[in-house]
Design a protein around this ligand. Sequence first.
Ligand SMILES: Nc1ncnc2c1ncn2[C@@H]1O[C@H](COP(=O)(O)OP(=O)(O)OP(=O)(O)O)[C@@H](O)[C@H]1O
Ligand SMILES: [Mg+2]
Length: 239
Amino acid sequence: MNGSLLTVRGLSAAYRSTAVLHGVDIDVRQGGITALLGANGAGKTTLLRAVSHALVKTCGSIEFDGKRIDGLSTDSIARLGVAHVPDGRGTFAQLTVEENLLVGAIARQGRVQVRADLGRMYALFPVLGTYRHKMAGLLSGGEQQMVAIARSLMLRPRLLMLDEPSFGLAPLIVRQIFEVLGQINRDSGLSILVVEQNAQLALDLADHAYVLEMGRVAISGSAETLKTDPRVRAAYLGI
Ligand SMILES: Nc1ncnc2c1ncn2[C@@H]1O[C@H](COP(=O)(O)OP(=O)(O)OP(=O)(O)O)[C@@H](O)[C@H]1O
Ligand SMILES: [Mg+2]
């Protein structure tokens, strides 16, 4: 694929003796938004973990911006510009909102720029500005999801990977979060790989999508094509 930022080829992944992914090929276009759909247990979370080289053993090739990253440490992959907002968010409950965001910038030099980026985050998510001195653990689920996303953005990533950002949140908050994701993508060209159970939401945001079934890509194509695919409509859109 032309202009591919993330290129995954023949990816297999396993936890100890449990093989989960079996020869997966996936691309995220430079500046694009790719959605990853699939039933519970299909291997979506595992795919993101494989890209970040966290918790799983992998084989196959993963290229980021034309360079192999499979085999690198999780930390090195993050420093190259791959941010991962895991499922369950993982905010630091005992730190304030602002301290959480500063943790995201820990690998960066340049305090002035970091300060400016804090301001950008509060402009994107005004509620985080209001609560910047509040313990993250005291925020609502939706606000904590915003903290997790903002913290990842503080790394100034080139690829943002999100694992079910809508999980357990009220529709209004979900809409806000997805609007911000679309805005960042349009304004700064940040590429996004988003795992979602909410297929409608994901296909509205994304330009390209993959459906994983039992560790294999079962369906792929443009988001518009997938919206009209009878299998996707029946299994994931409830139409
Ligand atoms: N840490 C782990 N150790 C062993 N097996 C695991 C581990 N994490 C996940 N698995 C197994 O790997 C398979 C794929 O899990 P994964 O979490 O990637 O699915 P998923 O598509 O993200 O599902 P969900 O929609 O429920 O989040 C499942 O069978 C699961 O039981
Ligand atoms: Mg998952």
